[in-house]
Design a protein around this ligand. Sequence first.
Ligand SMILES: C[S@@+](CC[C@H](N)C(=O)[O-])C[C@H]1O[C@@H](n2cnc3c(N)ncnc32)[C@H](O)[C@@H]1O
Length: 404
Amino acid sequence: MRMRKRHNLCPRMEACGEYLIDEPQEHRGLWLQEHPGCRHLQVELGCGKGRFTVETARANPDTLFLAIEKVPDAMILAMERAKAMGLQNVLFMDFDAANLSGIFAPGEAERIYLNFSDPWPKSRDAKFRLTAPGFLRLYADALPLGGQIHFKTDNTPLFDWSVEQFEAEGWALSELTHDLHKNGPVGVMTDYEAKFVAEGLRINRLVATRIETTKTTAAGPVPRLRNAALSDARGLHDQEDSRLRLEEATLALSQIYYAQFEQDPELFEDKSRFVPYRYDPDDVAVRFAARRQQPDRKSFFVLLGDQVIADLVFKHIDLENRCCELGLCLVNDRWKNRGYGTEALRLAVRYAFETLGMETVLADSLLTNTRSQHVLSKAGFRYIREDGHFKYYQIRRQAEEKEI
Ligand SMILES: C[S@@+](CC[C@H](N)C(=O)[O-])C[C@H]1O[C@@H](n2cnc3c(N)ncnc32)[C@H](O)[C@@H]1O
């Protein structure tokens, strides 16, 4: 969160002194003991301006609510809200969640809230996401078995990426939704959430429960995060890298792709039948699950640096006859007429021959899609025939090898 510098921060902090914990490490293992009126300990990481913090604390007077925030210019507003409401069960600390183990004894916190955590869209920054494996292990240390993380975000690529991290780290997931407020407002909203909901954005939410399989820091080094770039609906992009590569399809990559996907009206013979594609994360998740069930299919995305630029699929893989069909679809016009289609097809053909062991790769193109026909020819495909709607092409391994 980029904040304006708050005026008179120090005196304002002093005025809310009873709510500020200066040395949180000194309270490690003692939080509830020091607050005998409270029976539960809950933590919010990245409380921002604190709308959720104060409303949740007010609704649960027997819960000690600890709000952690590394930007004091935001936190002061939350503290002032708590003071104005006269709350007795909420405390704030200007602290980085990365140091969580210094302030909670093992199993001390009952629940951790992650609300609209910063997405850190670049792959190299993925480790800073509050749902990165390194953080999840810190949370697992601080929670007992059965302890929970409640996670909400508007950012669907971040959400789906986080689901994969939670699953890989052995958490039990429940209450997972891509549209929390579909049937009307649910639960206490955060400042960000209220703004996003007013703009018509959908909110993702899940609950992750620590179970026997959940990895703690004792599990050793966290796995390296690869290809972890997010490209969210608000256009946060990494720098372009000039080399294309194939990545096996994951739900997170599918969400990134379809969030940017645009249908080309020029491809419709009957333009009156054109309906612009409307991104629906739930629908993407359902289709992704269905495609995974098809054994003769392998799905990939084509990446340029951290950008997902095309969907690529090998269909009807016939291992006996060493033949398959190839489908490639660039995500939108941004990547057209720049040679990426041809390069992606060449990469795919090489993969089909060298990794899948194919001898023949087939492809087709709508009669109306002259650009795709041109790209297929440039990539070495040979025209075979056409019917009323499609032109059919193929490329054979031997012919390729001769050309090389
Ligand atoms: C996008 S804001 C959301 C604020 C609030 N939760 C809401 O929903 O309105 C994310 C907040 O998390 C804080 N934050 C990010 N990483 C943090 C970390 N490692 N430790 C503590 N706070 C962090 C940021 O400073 C920022 O205030």
